[in-house]
Design a protein around this ligand. Structure first.
Ligand SMILES: C[S@@+](CC[C@H](N)C(=O)[O-])C[C@H]1O[C@@H](n2cnc3c(N)ncnc32)[C@H](O)[C@@H]1O
Length: 276
């Protein structure tokens, strides 16, 4: 696997065409967003976004292991006063391509500062779409458990009869709960909303996400020694997170200046010893 622990400069579709099938454990990425303006990162127009993305998604599907996961950080733009539908269309096309759309996480940008627009409020969240090749994907839920929190003190001391048995969802969502299971526990599982601040020091890249974001998904979907790919690497955040957590990384970016930036950042992280 001579592509591992490398940052490769090029178009991810072409670079990945040289990669073997079923070789990556997690793909975590934030692609260029659709943009009316041509410039920033190629400026793919919203109406052309699905057509642009699908051949890349086909490569992601091929290189991902059957037990692997693809997490796509994306958000639709407002075009002509309404939300464009390219993300919804992309999900539908990716399902036709063979992906399962397994889950959707929300990244709540908790440091969003106030603003005023005539017809909407500040956009304070982004989607993280989870796709898989199979329903039997690898997931390490214990790795992202949280301290139980203060609510437990009051909520768990006086249990009702319903709390003591499994209470099935009345909306038939399949999400039942048994509150008494959590008595005496220090940690609980998180929900699918992640409250994380945006990256304020932009590290010479205008669209960098905070390192906590890839770190959380790397812990959830990979074990030490697994391979994490970011095909739109930017300033290198995903590769950095992977290296810090003792995973192996592959990063691809089309712009030489971002590859250089990512390489400069990654050599500063000492390699972590991990057990394979
Ligand atoms: C939203 S940014 C990623 C930012 C990154 N998450 C970070 O934390 O810095 C998207 C990146 O995709 C790169 N890009 C655009 N088209 C690409 C392509 N076809 N192949 C590889 N990289 C591409 C851009 O140069 C840009 O750096």
């Amino acid at each position: 696997m001579d592509f591992v622990d490398q940052i490769i400069c090029g178009d991810c579709e072409q670079v990945l065409a040289e990669f073997p099938d079923n070789s990556i454990d997690l793909i975590f990425t934030s692609p260029p967003y659709a943009d009316q303006r041509v410039g920033t990162y190629g400026g793919i127009r919203p109406a052309e976004y699905v057509e642009w993305f699908l051949p890349k998604a086909a490569q992601f599907l091929r290189v991902l292991k059957p037990t692997g996961t693809f997490v796509l950080n994306i958000k639709e733009r407002v075009v002509n006063g309404e939300r464009h539908t390219y993300v919804i269309e992309l999900i539908l096309h990716m399902r036709q391509q063979g992906w399962l759309w397994t889950e959707e996480f929300i990244w709540h940008k908790k440091n969003s500062y106030p603003g005023k627009w005539p017809n909407r409020f500040r956009d304070a969240w982004e989607r993280l779409l989870q796709f898989n090749k199979s329903r039997q994907f690898t997931m390490y839920q214990e790795a992202v458990m949280l301290p139980v929190g203060d609510w437990a003190e009051t909520r768990l001391t006086h249990l009702s009869e319903t709390d003591k048995r499994r209470d099935e969802s009345r909306a038939e969502s399949g999400f039942g709960k048994k509150i008494s299971n959590w008595v005496g526990r220090d940690k609980v599982y998180p929900d699918n909303v992640l409250h994380m601040a945006t990256e304020c020091s932009n590290r010479n890249h205008s669209a960098a996400f905070p390192i906590d974001l890839p770190s959380w998904f790397i812990k959830l979907f990979t074990a030490p020694g697994d391979v994490v790919l970011d095909p739109f690497l930017g300033s290198g955040t995903t590769a950095l997170a992977a290296k810090q957590l003792g995973r192996r990384y592959v990063g691809i970016d089309i712009k030489q200046e971002y590859c250089d930036l990512a390489r400069t950042r990654i050599v500063q992280i000492p390699p972590r010893l991990f057990e394979l």
